[in-house]
Write a new protein. Structure first.
Length: 328
């Protein structure tokens, strides 16, 4: 599924940054990042230059994370073929691009965001795609606009919940769920606070009748205990401009994220999930796994050649059928 930005999107961003001062972009990017870390929101993006700096630095990482989540949905439900998308808090359209890549069945795209500059950038970038050029993008408060939005097969809210208080967050979740024909995906940063928001929203929506598609293999309460938290990591390559603006020498970065995908229909069989990078040796594969029975540490010895060969290829975040795990 989606990881690196599509070629047409990369090219569109490159065209937009021609002549842009890298030092100015770096300054804007740092300012926006500082505001987000201190609890600010997208209102810190006040100009087209701010929006472009934000997209250049953050769009590849959020695209990779959202793409990984959509991939988990497709893996859990190979038959899922959404025709309509509702992107809530769409920003520069990152989730829309990732969904368009992950589900070719999509034909209608509706985006909502309150930021003028991000909306303008999203519409400009969408022109680079043959399928996104007709996407509708409405400016305004998401909770308010959802009341008049058309329902969609797939609803996505990425990196939005952290901007809201508890009551507003629950109200937004209810509004999004009311517009979800089939599946709702919520993605947050892979921090303890991001995970806490995901856990709260997960429990809130399960109480409304939702069923978990991924990453959890069950609808029960999350079994993890402090100081542990459920999050995943997606590695992505950095472009030359990306490295310049971030002042980085390493050609890649790892985006940490937490997420939950919820469906209106029960999922008959859900695989276990690898919760941390497996420890692989010549003796055994040892991994932390979330199963239907809770969080367990599974060890598969090398002498179990078939399962050892399969499990040694797994990475953090991968799904794993129960039949490959020992019944410890």
């Amino acid at each position: 599924m989606a990881s690196e930005l599509p070629a047409e999107l990369k090219a569109a961003i490159e065209r937009r940054i021609e002549g842009m001062s890298r030092s100015d972009a770096a300054r804007r990017s740092r300012s926006i990042s500082d505001t987000y870390r201190s609890g600010g929101n997208s209102l810190s993006i006040k100009s087209d230059e701010d929006a472009l700096a934000y997209a250049l630095v953050r769009m590849p990482a959020t695209y990779a994370a959202i793409g990984a989540c959509l991939g988990a949905i497709a893996e859990a439900r190979p038959e899922f073929a959404p025709a309509t998308l509702l992107d809530v808090g769409a920003g520069p359209g990152t989730a829309t691009w990732a969904a368009n890549h992950s589900f070719p069945s999509l034909g209608e795209f509706a985006l909502i965001d309150s930021n003028d500059s991000l909306r303008a950038l999203a519409l400009e970038l969408a022109k680079a795609s043959s399928s996104l050029g007709a996407a509708s993008y409405v400016k305004g408060d998401a909770a308010t606009l959802l009341a008049t939005s058309q329902p969609a097969d797939l609803v996505v809210a990425s990196y939005v919940a952290g901007e809201l208080g508890d009551t507003a967050r629950a109200n937004l979740a209810d509004a999004m769920w009311s517009k979800t024909n089939d599946t709702l995906l919520i993605v947050e940063p892979g921090t303890p606070s991001g995970y806490a928001r995901i856990v709260d929203l997960r429990a809130h929506l399960i109480a409304k009748g939702a069923h978990v598609v991924a990453p959890c293999p069950h609808d029960k309460a999350c079994p993890l205990e402090d100081p542990d938290w459920c999050h995943f990591s997606q590695r992505l390559a950095r472009s030359r401009a990306h490295k310049q603006i971030k002042g980085a020498d390493v050609p890649f970065e790892d985006e940490k994220f937490s997420y939950v995908a919820l469906s209106r229909a029960p999922i008959p069989e859900r695989p276990s999930r690898v919760l941390a990078q497996p420890k692989i040796s010549k003796v055994a594969v040892k991994m932390k796994v979330c199963t239907t029975g809770g969080v367990e540490t599974k060890t598969v010895p090398h002498r179990d050649k078939r399962n050892y060969s399969i499990l040694r290829k797994l990475n953090w975040g991968d799904a794993i059928p129960q039949k490959f795990l020992p019944a410890e």
